[in-house]
Design a protein around this ligand. Structure first.
Ligand SMILES: C[S@@+](CC[C@H](N)C(=O)[O-])C[C@H]1O[C@@H](n2cnc3c(N)ncnc32)[C@H](O)[C@@H]1O
Length: 236
């Protein structure tokens, strides 16, 4: 399985913790989750969201999936037996369980906005596979289950200093290829001006009309939008 995060894994926790407050993220997410207990984390990464969710509510039953073996290794170390982890893409998801809530916190897909519109940014690049990913989530949700997709501001240029004097630079651009839009994110890590690691991520950008049609096709209806935070859908 392609692991777009392999070269980032060793730096992941330190650079995301500089940019995000996982305590606040988990608190907001748990307020949306309410009394539901069976949760699917789509793109669990190193497990930071889950760690904070379990601090708020230890009785959550959480399953995490991810395509990155290197990040899943970190999640396993962090969470041990507290979660079930699977190295699977959401577009091929098949784990014989049904959940109350599935969420993607900057995982397989996330919402990004520019001055004029909000788009869905997807790690899955083919439209056929994006549709399959929504269909697979719908199949793994109980009747009336909920899908939560976060919004992200991590798609612009950025420069932060990490521990040990490591400098992390993110350079963002967009590309138009055969009428399809993509976000290109270049992640660079320097120490004493020496390049330690570099990884380029490519995400497909879908317009509001396109992603709404796809979600509806999979049986999701829009339930609530918390602008700049989360879009919440329920399974029909
Ligand atoms: C920006 S990271 C976010 C990780 C975590 N949710 C967090 O908030 O720290 C995006 C994650 O989505 C995962 N991912 C990308 N494509 C995926 C797919 N098709 N299925 C499942 N996970 C995927 C990546 O491997 C990565 O771990």
């Amino acid at each position: 399985m392609s692991d777009q995060y392999q070269k980032l894994a060793q730096f992941y926790d330190s650079f995301v913790s500089k940019n995000r407050n996982y305590d606040e993220i988990a608190t907001e997410l748990s307020e949306i989750i309410g009394d539901y207990r069976d949760l699917l984390d789509i793109g669990i990464g190193t497990g930071l969201v889950v760690e904070h969710l379990l601090q708020i509510e230890p009785s959550y039953n959480i399953t995490g999936i991810d395509t990155s073996e290197s990040l899943l290794e970190e999640a396993q170390k962090r969470l041990g037996q507290k979660v079930d982890l699977y190295c699977q893409s959401v577009s091929e998801l098949n784990i014989g369980k049904k959940f109350d809530v599935a969420y993607s916190r900057g995982g397989a897909w996330t919402f990004v906005s520019d001055e004029s519109e909000t788009m869905l940014a997807s790690h899955i690049l083919s439209s056929v596979d994006i549709q399959k990913s929504f269909d697979c989530v719908a199949k793994h949700l109980k009747e009336g289950g909920v899908l939560i997709i976060s919004s992200s501001n991590a798609y612009g240029d950025n420069l932060v200093e990490l521990d040990n004097g490591i400098i992390h630079k993110r350079i963002a651009s967009t590309e138009l290829i055969e009428n399809e839009r993509y976000a290109i994110l270049d992640y660079l890590f320097y120490q004493n001006e020496e390049l330690l690691a570099q990884q380029t991520l490519k995400l497909k950008l879908l317009s509001h009309e396109t992603y709404t049609t796809m979600l509806e096709k999979a049986g999701f209806i829009e339930k609530d939008i918390k602008p700049g935070k989360y879009n919440i859908y329920s399974k029909n």
